[in-house]
Structures are given as C-alpha cells and as structure tokens.
Write a protein that binds this ligand. Sequence first.
Ligand SMILES: Cc1cc2nc3c(=O)[nH]c(=O)nc-3n(C[C@H](O)[C@H](O)[C@H](O)COP(=O)(O)O)c2cc1C
Length: 149
Amino acid sequence: MNSQPWRFVVIEDPEVKKKLLRAALPQAKKITELVKDVDPERYASIKKRYEELPDPVYYSAPAIVFVIGNGRYAAHSCPLACENMMLAAHALGLGSCWVGFGAMVTDDAEVKKILELKEDDAIFGPILLGYPKVSPARPPKKEPKVKWL
Ligand SMILES: Cc1cc2nc3c(=O)[nH]c(=O)nc-3n(C[C@H](O)[C@H](O)[C@H](O)COP(=O)(O)O)c2cc1C
C-alpha cells in the first residue's frame, strides 16, 4: 500500500511561532477549564504553566513539527510517524514532546494558510524538538495487560 499519507511543516521562525501561540492558547485555556472538576491536580499544574511560562503551549521549543495527514490511512500512519520521529530524536540526543494543545490552531485563518491546511487535512502532533535542559527520571512502569495463548 505504502500510502505515506503525511506531510511535515517545520516551524523555526519566531514570528510564526508567535502566531501559533496566539491561535492555540485561548483554545488550550478553554479545554483546560473542562479538566477543572474532573482532575483538579492536573488542572492546577496546567494553570501554573499558564502563569509562569512565556509560551505554555509550545514551550519555546526551537522547532515545532506539524505532522499533517490526509485520507483514510492518516489516523493510523501519522501517529506512527510522530512516534518514530520522537524515537529518532531521542537517539540523536534531542528531546521531544507531542503537544495536542498545539494542534488547536485550525480556527485561525492566517495559521491555516501558513500550514496550507485543506478542508480534509488533520494535524497530528505537533511534535516539539530541542535539546533538553533536564533528563527527568523514568516514571514507574505499569504492568502491561498481556494474554499469552
Ligand atoms: C496525544 C498526546 C497529546 C499530548 N499533548 C500534550 C500537550 O498539549 N502539552 C504537553 O505538555 N504535553 C502533551 N503530551 C505529553 C504528555 O503530557 C506526556 O508528557 C507524555 O505523553 C509522556 O508521558 P506519559 O508516558 O505519562 O504519557 C501529549 C501526549 C500525547 C500522547
């Protein structure tokens, strides 16, 4: 099949990053309010980020990679492309973060134009890339549910 239903838009330009943040932040804040009663702890930590960081969506990352998919195979292939990119980044000593909030830019006409988004395009990621300042300890791993037959 080899559909490769993706394309990539890599943003390094500070002016474009500002536009992205202006488009995504109000949406991210709206979604955050939905978490308030469901998960107060998570809500508090996200709110803290909004207060403390100059860019609480894309974390001032040097590169923002939008993975844009189209067609029936995009929903499967594009997240795999994202993860492969994150694994490759790690192998190269880079840090990465998938920021779902960063995809909430589709109400902004200027950003849509920059990303050349068509009606049936979907954004996966975006994936942030940069050299990490810290290496957090690995979180405890849950036992996977596996049935052997
Ligand atoms: C689909 C998806 C969306 C995410 N969106 C965000 C986001 O908007 N902002 C953020 O800081 N991290 C985001 N993350 C990263 C997670 O917060 C978390 O750091 C990452 O998934 C690793 O932790 P985990 O192993 O507990 O999932 C996202 C991760 C995934 C898989």
